[in-house]
Design a protein around this ligand. Sequence first.
Ligand code: AHG
Ligand code: MN
Ligand code: MN
Length: 350
Amino acid sequence: MVNSAPSQSSEGDCITLSRYVLHDLKSFSQPAQDLSALMNRIALAGKLISRRLSRAGILEGVLGFTGETNVQGESVKRMDVYANDIFISVFKESGLVCRLASEEMDQPYYIPENCPIGRYTLLMDPIDGSSNIDTNLNVGSIFSIRQQQGEQIDGEGNDLLQDGHQQIGAGYILYGASTMLVYSLGNGVHSFTLDPSLGEFILAEENVKIPESGSIYSLNEGNFWQWEDSIREYVRYVHRQDGYSARYGGALVGDFHRILQQGGVFLYPGTVNKPEGKLRLLYETVPLAFLVEQAGGKASTGTQRLMDVVPDRLHARAPLVIGSPRSVELVESFHQQSTSQSQQPAMADQ
Ligand code: AHG
Ligand code: MN
Ligand code: MN
């Protein structure tokens, strides 16, 4: 009998998310088991949301708005509510997460029965890109894991107003042609694809690295005249170069996933009316900043490293420039130029 190692493909077929997380953490300790279980619950939420989205056109009550507005003042979609409830329900009686903070909820949701043991807070954007749902385009979920510090936490979650370095993990689920889960617990970025026949997320790529630079730029150019000069100058520069491609899908998770794989930059700059931009620090930009840095990329507000930003309130927003390190630096150089020009005597147009 020949005793050979399993082939790459048959081995790859059985590397499930829960198995991989323990390998990733290089430990079978209780904290590692807890994080593995926590990731498994996030994956379960992802499977439930994915299942509902895949039948959106044939099930009652999936598409469309609820008629309510959320704490952000945005119209709430039925899938926003469903996904938010799913994340809460998968963590009830889990002993893993003491509270969840979400883009869709005014204040954090406490699960008191978990609090004596569950020292984690899960922050999430349950459905990102929800305007894509009714046209059967990709959406996502974004999550961030923080360890609770101290015994006392107030009901409003003021202890969450800390920088992104407090995260112990972050990731997203992309509901696209297939459903993918991409995460980092601080040891690189790893991606998984849902095999619907098994109901398991299977390892697609470990240690994902973002290209140093890329030809894709991704932003909503409909806002061109609302941006500050530096962003307009950057876009004019790109238009004059050969080889750039614009790609914008209207869902951050999908647009970011493309940049992570292929390189380039995603931007959501501030506008005249909203200098802080649209995207939320705790639920959207800071989790992706954690992830992109783990993949060798960069994330900034244009002038400051995003991981260093301390939100002044739970639902605070900030401009986002994220992607390949050289591509992000290029955008930042336009900010620096405009700052130095505003400090110098006016120069003639070139
Ligand atoms: P959400 O659906 O969670 O509110 O997020 C929508 C965000 C983000 O996914 C996307 O990149 C951006 O809004 C698109 O905004 P514009 O329509 O202004 O381009
Ligand atoms: Mn979002
Ligand atoms: Mn959302």
